[in-house]
Write a protein that binds this ligand. Structure first.
Ligand code: SF4
Length: 258
């Protein structure tokens, strides 16, 4: 199996082009994946192949382990730019997510005041009041928007259960700019379908949505590691740069990661 899971609750710091030296906090079990999406390109593998019956990490364990690791990093003088909720699936499915955000911000203030605190989320639960409030507190509220085409999202990101793209966009707008957007651009032939969200038919409505959401920053990227489903092709840097420049032309900061 070429895809991988994070086998610990806290990992890193690892280098992230966007976030710098980033300490990962995995709010999902270490032996499987729990996600409200099941993206065909997911680095953690497909939900069905990564089933787990393990409990989600408890608030106390997260705080204890994070505090210990932050103390070690401070004592060693290691650089730390960001603490990121990211791991084996969707961080906001952990019911203690709002409390863990508060705990993490307090630990950051005490032990690593230079670091930001971020989440990489698919945004599916961002409309829940407690999750929404927690996301608003973060320095980096980074939410997924791979396309403004419901059929494409259903095919590629495979939301599990109820999904409504208009509602997603309304929720994203409701952050009033206190949100960042991350978009995966891909090409290829996947499960017998031609896939390409880099053409004008996809990029124009996506830009229109960005105009409404007014995110702090947009990150466009493409597949990096081996995907659980074959057929994806990396989008060349020059094509990602062209999309990045169209975002910047709207007055919205944007970076491309290859
Ligand atoms: S939202 Fe993220 S974790 Fe969930 S399936 Fe998609 S890529 Fe994987």
């Amino acid at each position: 199996m070429p895809t991988h899971l994070h086998t610990s609750l806290i990992y890193g710091p690892v280098h992230s082009r966007r976030l710098g030296a980033s300490l990962g906090v995995n709010l999902l079990p270490p032996d499987g994946k729990v996600c409200t999406f099941d993206c065909l390109y997911c680095e953690c593998g497909m939900n069905g192949e990564r089933r787990t019956h393990s409990a989600l990490p408890q608030r106390k364990d997260v705080v204890d382990q994070l505090e210990r690791r932050l103390c070690e990093i401070a004592a060693a003088g290691e650089p730390l730019d960001d603490i990121t909720f990211v791991g084996n699936g969707e961080p906001t499915v952990n019911p203690a997510f709002p409390q863990i955000v508060d705990d993490t911000l307090a630990l950051r203030n005490a032990l690593a005041p230079q670091a930001t605190v971020s989440v990489l989320s698919n945004g599916s639960l961002a409309g829940r009041p407690a999750v929404h409030t927690a996301l608003e507190k973060l320095d980096g509220n980074i939410l997924k928007l791979d396309a403004v085409d419901e059929d494409y999202v259903r095919f590629l990101d495979r939301p599990q259960g109820r999904f409504n793209l208009d509602e997603t966009l309304r929720v994203y707008e409701s952050f009033e700019g206190n949100v960042s957007i991350q978009t995966m651009f891909v090409r290829g032939r996947v499960l017998g379908h031609d896939v390409d969200n880099t053409g004008d038919a996809f990029v124009r409505p996506w830009l229109a949505a960005l105009r409404r959401i007014r995110p702090k920053i947009v990150e466009v990227y493409t597949v990096d590691r081996i995907t659980p489903v074959p057929g994806f092709e990396k989008v060349p840097p020059e094509d990602l740069d062209a999309i990045r420049d169209r975002v910047r032309a709207l007055g919205i900061p944007c970076m491309a990661a290859y």
